[in-house]
Design a binder for this molecule. Structure first.
Ligand code: NAP
Length: 492
């Protein structure tokens, strides 16, 4: 089973020991970065370690901070071995000088590339293996998610019998860290906490355990993810992983920062990728890369969900029914049986507006689309045979249902609202696509006016729940998903 190792970068012995002992029980071993320490009592550190330890004393040429002469630098590793450290990490170009180690300490022989992912990783691994390591370690830098592919391949095809650590640094390499257990790596590294990474792209240990459930990831784990660019702030990993955990499913959901969708899909087919959420800017491109596309997604021109069906890619759109469902449910609370014939004003004609407009038109709503760039509203309205106008016309419109699909009011511009308060009145339904913050200024003002409101979190959770059900065939734990989203949004 792949071990979870926390790399510690504390500055002195006592803080290092305190950090070691504060870690959760699921952490299998710690890496002590001696090169990052200002003072170190190696004897006390190894004596008081409490769990297996890797001692590393990295020189600047391999990304470390130890500027001591090479003989002194390597002497620290020999001393650590003499004191009983379970592992020492020595660089490939220094392993010959390290010589034999006392005791049963194992040698991790490593190579780090902070610039790129070298083209011939098997040859690099071959050079490490020639030195007779106990564990081989290859670390590269990913600038694109495609750089993670040869690293995962190296793990997948390692037939040497020598345990292997292979990972890519950087945000684009995150999959190599999280999926290390699926591909049989010896270990993966996590940081002690956000902001305390010893290498770029390390995931904090509480996220590795809490969100990704790293100890449960193995060869059979199904992989899902969200493809987007940027992706770092996506809420989807938190809510889908919470749902997998609640139902005890052997599955993990990862953020995937993708530039080239076609290349990504082809390369990641070998990763047991069972389903994808698709978001900005890939919803339109994905449509053309599917083997089969649901009618509605084709009509809108946007795929937000990919389901792997025995190697065939099925694309669909869960945004539409989820948004309309949230509006209809608020409508019922306001005494509206149906949206058919109701006067609905949709503000915004971007990607979200487009999905909502199609859904509302299908329900027979009497729809007006208002947008800052009026030509965009007119184009969308013409597709659907509904009315269009600019934002200046809003005060003159009487609506049973008002929908905001613009980004106005979204964090950090939380004091903005897309509509004049005069439009808001008792009994109307107000739906805001914005979900961060949960209670936007528009929703607050609508409630004050006596309107029935539906927040963007309902839409977000519903579209994710529909994806979950499509992928797994089981009912989504909506409350768990909503709670996970809200705690991500509020930080509680
Ligand atoms: P988009 O394609 O970029 O469209 C942005 C829309 O907002 C356009 O209509 C744009 O008008 C309008 N807009 C932007 N800034 C404006 C301003 N200062 N004044 C007036 N109008 C402005 O973005 P999107 O994908 O549709 O997303 C829009 C919002 O919906 C975002 O807040 C997003 O987070 C949210 N959303 C929520 C969910 C959910 O599940 N709850 C799902 C999808 C999206 P122009 O055409 O004139 O530029």
């Amino acid at each position: 089973m792949t071990k979870l190792c926390v790399a510690l970068t504390e500055k002195d012995t006592e803080s290092m020991l305190a950090a070691m002992h504060s870690l959760p029980a699921e952490v299998d071993l710690v890496e002590v970065r001696v090169d990052a320490m200002e003072s170190v009592n190696l004897e006390r550190l190894i004596d008081g370690r409490g769990r297996p330890v890797i001692v590393t004393n990295r020189p600047p040429r391999q990304g470390g901070a130890c500027t001591d002469p090479e003989a002194e630098r390597l002497a620290v590793l020999r001393r650590a071995a003499g004191l009983g450290a379970e592992y020492v990490d020595v660089e490939l170009d220094a392993v010959a000088d390290l010589g034999e180690l006392p005791g049963s300490t194992q040698r991790i022989v490593s190579v780090h590339d902070f610039e790129a992912t070298p083209s011939d990783l098997p040859a690099l691994l071959g050079r490490i293996l020639q030195t007779g390591p106990d564990v081989a370690k290859v670390v590269t830098t990913a600038h694109d998610i495609m750089d993670a592919v040869p690293v995962l391949e190296l793990l997948r095809t390692n037939a040497s019998g020598v345990p292997l650590i292979a990972l890519s640094m950087g945000e684009e390499g995150l999959v190599t860290r999280v999926l290390a257990g699926k591909f049989g790596a010896f270990l993966t590294f996590a940081s002690h906490a956000a902001g305390m990474e010893s290498a770029p792209g390390q995931v904090a240990v509480d996220q590795m355990l809490g969100m990704y459930r790293f100890p449960q990831i193995g060869p059979g784990t199904a992989v899902y993810g969200v493809i987007a660019n940027p992706v770092a702030h996506s809420m989807s990993p938190a809510i889908h992983n919470a749902a997998f955990a609640a139902l005890g499913l052997d599955a993990v959901y990862v953020p995937l920062k993708v530039n080239d969708c076609a290349a990504f899909l082809d390369a990641f087919e070998r990763c047991d990728l069972r389903g994808l959420s698709v978001t900005i800017p890939h919803k339109v491109t994905m449509l053309g890369l599917m083997d089969e596309v649901e009618d509605l997604a084709r009509r809108i021109g946007a795929v937000n969900t990919v389901d792997d069906r025995n190697g065939r890619r099925y694309g669909c759109n869960t945004d539409v029914s989820a948004a309309v469902g949230a509006i209809e449910s608020a409508g019922r609370r306001a005494g509206m049986e149906t949206l058919g014939g109701r006067s609905v004003v949709l503000v915004g004609a971007g990607g979200a507006g487009r999905a909502i407009a199609y859904g509302l038109a299908d329900k027979g709503a009497d729809l007006t689309i208002a947008n800052r760039t009026v030509e965009k509203a007119e184009r969308l309205a013409a597709e659907l045979g509904v009315r269009a106008c600019g934002l200046e016309a809003l005060p003159d419109l009487a609506a049973d249902v008002l929908v905001n699909s613009t980004s106005v009011g979204m964090w950090p511009n939380v004091d903005a609202s897309p509509v004049p308060t005069g439009m808001l009145r008792e009994g109307m339904v107000v739906f805001d696509a914005v979900y961060n913050p949960i209670r936007t200024r528009l929703l607050r003002e609508a409630e004050e006016a006596g309107a029935v409101t539906a927040p963007g979190v309902e839409w977000f959770v519903s579209q994710a729940a529909a994806q979950f059900e499509l992928w797994t065939g089981v009912d989504a734990p909506r409350e768990v998903m909503e709670q996970a989203l809200k705690s991500r949004l509020t930080g509680e």
